[in-house]
Design a protein around this ligand. Structure first.
Ligand SMILES: Cc1cc2nc3c(=O)[nH]c(=O)nc-3n(C[C@H](O)[C@H](O)[C@H](O)COP(=O)(O)O)c2cc1C
Length: 368
């Protein structure tokens, strides 16, 4: 039986060696948006392989677009130089293509880092005014955001483009826009956070307008041969919120704008959500969008086992699996999965000696 998880995936001009991605994971250690040495450690370890792709954490397109003061950003020359240093390192020693997640937190910005409580920044913690579609806070005790004007929308669109241009200069292989987890683009999609009465609010077509405008503008700035996708929350998990049916329509619109994949997550728009967590709980959303919109999808969330991942890809439920916590727990997850599934995969040259095929005394079932 050919193996599905370790089969290559073509996205425009990029061929990924396998269907495993290291998912975006905020680290909350950046300085004024700039990557630090920790990012070399964090992304460097994953770039050694054998996942097919490594994604950066949410990378803010402006200082205001950060979730916390310690979030990574790509809005200044210093940010660009700092992130380039990390990605150059990963390219020099690693073997894995690198993707960037471009983000704007909107009303979920100006918060403390999770280790400090994750609440809205207090007056003595240099809070900033957060923008959003409507002046509706995320929850009780959160900053009340400022509803964006037309000029504000145009400025944020331009910030996404400028950050994408910086990402091109750094040499990223792939990019995705963060339109999930209750951040700015998702705030436009959901009728719970978007109660505008202009052409950016109300019916589905209007709620999708700003995220689609941003996507179109970034696509025009992003090289033709490089894939561009988007992470969405397929549902808000709340009555009256964004739905999977709407996600299918959104995916179709994105496809017509040259979107190469939908990275399907869910939730985090409101603290009122009720999520039935369990292994692979978001896989059905990916399967549905993949089938109904006819698009490549990634699935993420509580995927931890090699055979579980293999079954998802072989069963046509997603084109990629993306792992976050499982990768922090075991940065060599993909090497171990390959071994469990009986597949050979790529190793960085310096670590080639640890590949099971290289020491049959310990792995006698492997041919040398
Ligand atoms: C420490 C941490 C940081 C995260 N940061 C981001 C992020 O920057 N962008 C994003 O889209 N998701 C982020 N997530 C969500 C993960 O990418 C992933 O969707 C989620 O953890 C479910 O996958 P898992 O069960 O494999 O951990 C984060 C998750 C963790 C645990």
């Amino acid at each position: 039986m050919p193996n599905a998880l370790f089969s290559p995936l073509e996205l425009r001009g990029l061929t990924l060696n396998n269907r495993i991605a290291v998912s975006s994971m905020c680290q909350y250690v950046a300085e004024n948006g700039s990557a630090v040495d920790w990012h070399i450690m964090h992304l460097g370890q994953f770039s050694m392989g054998a996942a097919g792709l490594v994604m950066t954490e949410a990378t803010a397109v402006s200082a205001v677009g950060r979730i916390t003061p310690k979030c990574l950003g790509l809005y200044s020359d210093e940010n660009e130089a700092a992130l380039k240093r990390v990605i150059d390192f990963c390219r020099k020693y690693g073997v894995t293509p690198m993707g960037i997640q471009l983000a704007h937190a909107g009303r979920k910005g100006s918060t403390q880092i999770p280790l400090d409580g994750g609440k809205s920044l207090r007056a003595d913690e240099n809070p900033w005014t957060t923008p959003a579609p409507s002046a509706i806070p995320f929850g009780l005790g959160w900053h009340v955001p400022q509803a964006l004007s037309r000029e504000g929308l145009a400025a944020i669109r331009a910030e996404f483009v400028a950050a994408a241009e910086r990402a091109v200069r750094i040499g990223f292989d792939l990019a995705e826009l963060h339109s999930a987890h209750g951040y700015l683009l998702h705030q436009f999609l959901s009728p719970l956070s978007n109660q505008r009465s202009d052409e950016y609010g109300g019916k589905l077509e209007n709620r999708m307008r700003f995220p689609l405008e941003v996507f179109e503008a970034v696509r025009a700035a992003w090289p033709d041969d490089k894939p561009l996708g988007i992470r969405i929350s397929a549902t808000d998990w709340i009555e009256g919120g964004w739905t999977v049916e709407e996600s299918v329509v959104f995916a179709g619109e994105l496809k017509s704008l040259g979107c190469d994949f939908i990275d399907v997550s869910s939730g985090a728009l409101s603290p009122l959500q009720k999520i039935p967590l369990g292994p692979g709980y978001q896989v059905p959303f990916s399967a549905r969008i993949r089938k109904q919109a006819g698009m490549a999808t990634w699935t993420v969330g509580m995927i931890t086992k090699a055979r579980q991942a293999e079954e998802i890809i072989a069963g046509g439920k997603a084109d990629m699996v993306s792992l976050a916590r499982g990768m922090m727990f075991d940065p060599r997850w993909a090497w171990h999965a390959a071994e469990e599934l009986g597949v050979d995969t790529e190793y960085s040259r310096m670590y080639a000696r640890c590949a099971p095929g290289q020491w049959p005394e310990v792995f006698p079932w492997r041919d040398k």
